[in-house]
Structure formats: structure tokens, C-alpha cells
Design a protein around this ligand. Structure first.
Ligand code: HEC
Ligand code: HEC
Ligand code: HEC
Ligand code: HEC
Ligand code: HEC
Length: 215
């Protein structure tokens, strides 16, 4: 009898099964890679040496971000506060609290508290807080409702596409200078018009050329 299919065809099902498996694994890998915290870092919220709460201090107590992150308007890096800043209050408030033991130890020994960094750009990408904050980009736009976070977590991808989304249309994001640290900012109706005016007046022009962010 004439063979309809050559003998070799027997391996075909095996091959396509292997192909499907490999393809499946590959898809899983891609999905896992792109959506994992290692890739976007969204949601990254490591445990800190002191259970410090932004919800309590920035939310309930209403402290301004700049009380602690006091370099944010003048330097590329927003600093995490020195132990002294905590002791301004905690030398009087909750002086026996176990949660504050590492703070008192740091104060006594002079060794700084080792806060774990959450937001981190790769070294080949340049970013400055001062320029953004002084051009009307609020903390909330990039960091979310910090005042509601018991533990800080990253809410934006900080990816190149994300940076460029705003750089191409900054009028959709800027806010008045005195609202920079406001949490839960409500945009007025003429928000975009006002921003377009400001952008023209101050010559605000976020760069989209490669060398502005990579050099
Ligand atoms: C009482 C001091 C204090 C105030 C006020 C404060 N912070 Fe913080 N902030 C800290 C400390 C301490 C850390 C490091 C520990 C942590 O991540 O919780 C931190 C961490 C952060 C981080 C994460 C830094 C990283 O590692 O990537 C962001 C973002 C941040 N603060 C934003 C804000 C914003 C926005 C406000 C105002 C709404 C604010 N903070 C108010 C003390 C403060
Ligand atoms: C402006 C004053 C002020 C500053 C500055 C301040 N805190 Fe506080 N903190 C408070 C108050 C008020 C409470 C709440 C006390 C209470 O609930 O009775 C508190 C509570 C805490 C608690 C919870 C203590 C407990 O036993 O439940 C921790 C932890 C804490 N703060 C850490 C810090 C750290 C770390 C810093 C510095 C980055 C800091 N605080 C800076 C005022 C301050
Ligand atoms: C345009 C977006 C943007 C705005 C606006 C912004 N941040 Fe950040 N923030 C970032 C990025 C990106 C990083 C990571 C920087 C790095 O790794 O070099 C970061 C990191 C931080 C850190 C960790 C220390 C550091 O500099 O790496 C703190 C603290 C912080 N931001 C606080 C603030 C506060 C407070 C404000 C408002 C006054 C603010 N940020 C406004 C994007 C922003
Ligand atoms: C929500 C809006 C927004 C986001 C998000 C944003 N930027 Fe910007 N960026 C601006 C504005 C506004 C300026 C100021 C432009 C000016 O003053 O001409 C700016 C300026 C810059 C500059 C030029 C600084 C200089 O020396 O003139 C660099 C570099 C930059 N941004 C990098 C980044 C990077 C990297 C990211 C992402 C991690 C980012 N930006 C995210 C709005 C944004
Ligand atoms: C507004 C700032 C900004 C501009 C302009 C910009 N980049 Fe990027 N780029 C970034 C940031 C931030 C990252 C890191 C993203 C991350 O960590 O996921 C990045 C990552 C990259 C990477 C690493 C691969 C990747 O996608 O993660 C390459 C390659 C790159 N950029 C090339 C370019 C080229 C080419 C241009 C010009 C056409 C350019 N960039 C313009 C901010 C910028």
C-alpha cells in the first residue's frame, strides 16, 4: 500500500508538542519577566529597619514631605532623613517604644539607620528631583498617595516609556508650585490651559533626545 505520509511524519506530532511546550514556556517566561517586580518594580515594598509609617506622619500628623526630604528641591537626590530629624520629636514622643529602639540606638552610636532603597533607576539613566519639582511635577505624580502608605511601595514603572509619556505632554501633569507636596491634588477645570500658559512663560521643555537622559 502506498504510504500517504512518509515515515518521518511520525516525529511531527512529537516535534509540534515540543514546539508547543517550548512556546508555552517561552510565553510564560516573557509574561513572568515583564510583569514581575524585578522588571517593573511596581509594588516593591521591602521591609524597613524601623516600622516608620508615612500614613501616620505625612497623613494623620500632616507633616510636609520636605520636613524630612529636605534636599528634594535643591538636589538630584531626595534624601532620606538623618536620625536627628526623627529625634526632633522622638526624644520626647514615645521615648520607650520598642519600635523606635533602632532610632535611639542609631542616635546613641552615631551609626545611620540602613533604610532599604525602594525606587531605583539604572545607573545609565539620569534623573534630578530638583528640576522636576521646580518645574511643577508633584511628588504624587511619580510616587502616588504616600500619605496613605503604611509601607512605601513603588506605584509607577519608572520605565523609559513612562518618563517619555510626560515629557511629550507635560501640560497634562504639571501643578502650581505651592501644590508640589499636596497629596490628593484636585485638578481645576482650566488645568491644561493654565499649564500651557506656564510652559510657554517659563520655557518648560522636557527633553526627548536620548542624550538628555543617557550620557
Ligand atoms: C517624618 C519624616 C518623613 C516625612 C514627613 C516624609 N517622609 Fe518619605 N521617607 C521617610 C523615611 C524615614 C523613609 C525611608 C523609609 C521608608 O521607605 O519608609 C522615606 C521614604 C520615602 C520614599 C521612598 C524612598 C526610596 O527608597 O525609594 C518616598 C518616595 C517618600 N519617602 C516620599 C515622601 C513624600 C511624597 C512625603 C510627603 C507626602 C514624605 N515622604 C514624607 C521619612 C519621611
Ligand atoms: C514632628 C514630630 C515627629 C517626627 C519628626 C517624627 N515622628 Fe515618629 N511619631 C510622631 C508622633 C506624634 C507619633 C505617634 C505617637 C502616638 O501615637 O502616641 C509617632 C510615632 C512613630 C512610631 C510608632 C511608635 C509606636 O510605638 O507605635 C514610629 C516607629 C515612628 N514614629 C518613627 C519615626 C521615624 C523613623 C522618624 C524619622 C524618620 C520619625 N518618627 C519622625 C511624631 C514624629
Ligand atoms: C518626575 C518624577 C518624580 C517626582 C516628581 C518625584 N520623584 Fe522621587 N523619585 C523618582 C525617581 C525616578 C526616583 C529614583 C531615582 C534614582 O534611582 O536615581 C525617586 C526617588 C526618590 C527617593 C529616594 C532617594 C532618591 O533620590 O533616590 C525619595 C526619598 C523621593 N524620591 C522622594 C520624593 C519627594 C518627597 C518628592 C516630591 C517633593 C518626589 N520624590 C518627587 C521620581 C520622582
Ligand atoms: C509627570 C511629568 C514628568 C515625568 C513623569 C518625568 N519627567 Fe523629566 N521632566 C519633566 C519636566 C516638566 C521637566 C523640565 C523641563 C524644563 O524645565 O525645561 C523635565 C526635565 C527632565 C530632564 C532635563 C533636565 C535638565 O537638565 O534640563 C531630564 C534628564 C529628565 N526630565 C529625565 C526624566 C526621567 C529619566 C524620567 C523618568 C524616570 C522623567 N524625567 C520623568 C517632566 C517629567
Ligand atoms: C526622559 C528620559 C529618557 C530619554 C529621553 C530616553 N531614555 Fe532611554 N531610558 C530611560 C530610562 C529611565 C531607562 C530605564 C528604564 C528601566 O529601568 O526600565 C531607559 C532605558 C533605555 C535602554 C535600556 C533598555 C530598556 O528598554 O530598558 C535603552 C537601550 C535606551 N533607554 C535607549 C534610549 C534611546 C536610543 C533614546 C533616544 C531615542 C532614549 N533611550 C531616550 C530614560 C530615557
Amino acid at each position: 500500500m502506498a504510504q500517504l505520509f512518509p515515515k518521518k511524519a511520525n516525529v511531527l506530532p512529537t516535534l509540534s508538542l515540543a514546539g508547543a511546550l517550548f512556546g508555552g514556556v517561552f510565553t510564560i517566561f516573557l509574561v513572568w519577566y515583564y510583569f514581575s517586580p524585578e522588571y517593573t518594580d511596581v509594588g516593591y515594598a521591602p521591609e524597613q529597619p524601623v516600622p516608620y509609617s508615612h500614613r501616620l506622619h505625612a497623613g494623620q500628623l500632616g507633616m510636609d514631605c520636605r520636613y524630612c526630604h529636605n534636599w528634594v528641591e535643591v538636589s538630584a537626590h531626595a534624601n532620606v532623613p538623618a536620625t536627628q530629624t526623627c529625634m526632633n520629636c522622638h526624644s520626647q514622643v514615645r521615648t520607650q517604644s520598642l519600635k523606635l529602639l533602632p532610632v535611639r540606638e542609631s542616635w546613641a552610636t552615631g551609626e545611620s539607620i540602613e533604610w532599604v532603597k525602594i525606587h531605583k533607576l539604572p545607573d545609565y539613566a539620569q534623573f534630578s528631583h530638583a528640576i522636576h519639582v521646580n518645574s511643577g511635577v508633584g511628588c504624587e505624580t511619580c510616587h502616588g498617595r504616600i500619605d496613605e502608605m503604611e509601607v512605601v511601595n513603588q506605584v509607577e514603572p519608572l520605565s523609559m516609556g513612562w518618563c517619555l509619556e510626560c515629557h511629550r505632554e507635560p501640560e497634562l501633569y504639571l501643578r502650581p508650585q505651592d501644590e508640589i507636596t499636596t497629596m490628593g491634588y484636585v485638578q481645576p477645570a482650566d488645568f491644561v490651559t493654565r499649564n500651557l500658559e506656564r510652559i510657554l512663560e517659563e520655557g518648560i521643555q522636557p527633553p526627548t533626545n536620548c542624550s538628555a537622559c543617557h550620557y
